[in-house]
Design a protein around this ligand. Structure first.
Ligand SMILES: [Zn+2]
Length: 216
């Protein structure tokens, strides 16, 4: 699953994994878990992440490989992987070792302006962690958390300047990876209701349909 921050990619990945009965590997969660676990690799990662650097291809590949070895079933949803062409090549090797075919690439496309609006209207309670949205999920009293009564604020990551920079980073990083995939690559209009996006993704991944079309 490909999609910029704020595209709803994580939500769709979870729904699709339930529907298909397969695991999701969300690389961001794995990296954070590994860093928190304090393994040798985890300690290296924690140092990198604390200094604001990205984890190297080698680190990410090792973690995905280890997680992949533990999945059951005949498929997996990857969220946040591959992020580079090197990772994509490594993934091809992993998939062929497991006897899995060419991956389906689902790209959730959402215009930058929509993402900025979605994310910059988020408000966050630093005290209990609840997240609000001024467009779709307002607190009962303006500026005050329903859960604990603390004041709401904008998270650094949700400031529009930061969002635009994250979007640019995402495009720079993902463009070459998307270009690497020439078959089974689908772009979905992510600027729609979540249910509609889910139905479009189901339509593409429908196991009966893909077998019938000989794409599986
Ligand atoms: Zn709160």
């Amino acid at each position: 699953m490909f999609g910029p921050p704020g595209s709803g990619k994580g939500t769709q990945a979870r729904r699709l994994s339930q529907w298909l009965g397969v695991s999701t590997i969300a690389t961001g969660d794995l990296l954070r878990a590994e860093a928190a676990a304090g393994t040798e690799l985890g300690r290296e990662l924690a140092l990198l992440l604390a200094s604001g650097q990205f984890a190297s291809d080698e680190h990410v590949n090792r973690i995905v490989q280890a997680r992949m070895a533990r999945i059951s079933g005949d498929g997996v949803i990857l969220d946040g992987y591959p992020r580079t062409v090197n990772q994509a090549r490594f993934l091809e090797q992993l998939l062929s070792e497991r006897g899995l075919g060419t991956p389906y690439i689902l790209h959730l496309d959402v215009p930058a302006e929509v993402i900025v609006e979605r994310l910059s209207t988020r408000r966050h309670c630093a005290s209990c962690g609840l997240v609000y949205n001024l467009l779709v999920h307002l607190p009962k009293v303006a500026g005050i958390c329903d859960g604990c009564g603390a004041g709401l604020s904008v998270r650094h990551d949700d400031e529009s300047v930061v969002i635009r920079r994250r979007l640019q980073d995402y495009c720079d990083q993902t463009g070459p990876v998307l270009a690497h995939y020439t078959s089974n690559c689908f772009t979905i209009d992510g600027n729609r209701q979540p249910d509609e996006v889910f139905r479009m993704a189901q339509d593409i991944l429908d196991p009966n349909k893909t077998r019938r079309n000989g794409l599986h």
